[in-house]
Ligand binder design. Structure first.
Ligand SMILES: Cc1ncc(COP(=O)(O)O)c(C=O)c1O
Length: 364
């Protein structure tokens, strides 16, 4: 889509081909349209509810998700922390998948900010399902911290961008609700899930009590995430956002880019998925490399390099030396994430670089 810079036109690397940065979809830079919207944004004091651009963004997010209200928060982590503070009280447990971002990558905010304990559930594929959640719910008795919340992640970052099937999500929501528990969705990449499922975000999130989604990942905004839910719940979330220091003032300059991201970016996410597929097909057939999981669904590719006899760190450094950046996420696995600032040619270069790395490893 025009307006989105490619790896070729964005970075000039002193005559060398531009760096292909696949570390994360958080790395995207605002498009010219976002920058224009930011420069022209009408603003006011959002703590007073007087920033017209933020008000528009919140109204639009609520409308897109078919909910009563929404709240602009600085980050996805703050959105999740606010959600836990509204849903739970201190001393409760939060059930989540074992590799969930909320559990492992949010600086223990579950305990430090919400006063809760994680009850992580191990799954073979990163997909949480009701029977496992049911088993993890604590019976009401002395000795056991009561369960306060069930949390799902869609797409699941550390499970290779896996999509939570809508039937599995709804079964969890129905089961949890029958057990008197709310369900929060970390939908940082929910628009990627919607594209993969060929469904609307409204449809795939309808049973969750609250949803957090990020404007700043695949959608390409420089800053910001949203919470959506019922009017009273969002009113309480607004207070908790202030408790955490997230009451911003004339942040309409940021929300303006978020509005562009929300309106324009979902329709181009399929390009990131196609580019990720190109990566998966190219990297997945290299000797010693195994995709985890084997079925790529969205824009996140995880692969194991143990059989190349290199550590993931060595592999990623060898790629970096060729201008391809990615993350070693465990001693043997690497994550690559496609996004609007990496084009197909960049992904092709990444595959070729990986081929050279593997060829050298095999030759040693
Ligand atoms: C699944 C998921 N949830 C939440 C977050 C947190 O978002 P932020 O970086 O805006 O705090 C991330 C960030 O990568 C994520 O991948």
């Amino acid at each position: 889509m025009s307006g989105y810079g490619s790896s070729t036109d964005r970075e000039k690397n002193e005559g060398r081909p531009p760096v292909v940065d696949l570390r994360s979809d958080t790395l995207t830079k605002p498009t010219p349209e976002m920058r224009r919207a930011m420069a022209e944004a009408e603003v006011g004091d959002d703590v007073y509810g007087e920033d017209p651009t933020i008000n528009r963004l919140e109204a639009r997010a609520a409308e897109i998700f078919g909910r009563e209200a929404a709240l602009y928060v600085p980050t996805g982590s703050m959105g999740n922390a606010v959600a836990m503070r509204v849903h739970c009280r201190s001393g409760q447990e939060v059930i989540c998948e074992e590799k969930a971002h909320i559990f492992s990558f949010e600086m223990a905010s579950m305990s430090a900010v919400a006063g809760c304990l994680a009850r992580p559930v191990r799954t073979p594929d990163g997909i949480l399902r009701w029977p496992l959640v049911k088993e993890a719910i604590r019976p009401k008795q002395a000795f056991r911290a009561p369960t306060g919340l069930v949390e799902c992640e869609n797409t699941h970052n550390m499970a290779g961008g896996q999509v939570l099937p809508t039937e599995a999500a709804e079964e969890i929501c129905d089961g949890a609700h029958n057990a008197g528990l709310p369900v929060h969705l970390d939908g940082a990449r929910i628009f990627n899930a919607a594209v993969a499922l060929g469904k609307d975000v409204r449809e795939i999130t309808r049973k969750f009590d609250s949803i957090m989604f990020c404007l700043s990942k695949g959608l390409g905004a420089p800053v910001g995430s949203m919470l959506v839910g019922k009017k009273d719940w969002i009113a309480e979330a607004r207070l908790q956002r202030k408790v955490l220091g997230g009451g911003m003032r004339q942040a309409g300059v940021l929300a303006a880019a978020g509005l562009v991201a929300l309106e324009k970016s979902p329709s181009r996410l399929h390009v990131d998925h196609e580019n990720a597929r190109l990566l998966a097909e190219g990297v997945g057939r290299l000797p010693g490399v195994a995709l985890i999981p084997p079925n790529l669904m969205t824009n996140i590719l995880i692969f194991d390099v143990a059989k190349t006899e290199m550590t993931a760190e060595e592999f990623s450094q060898a790629l970096a030396a060729q201008g391809v950046r990615c993350h070693a996420i465990t001693p043997t696995t690497i994550r690559m994430v496609t996004h609007c600032d990496v084009d197909r040619a960049g992904c092709q270069r990444a595959v070729e670089a990986a081929e050279r790395v593997v060829r050298r490893a095999v030759a040693v």
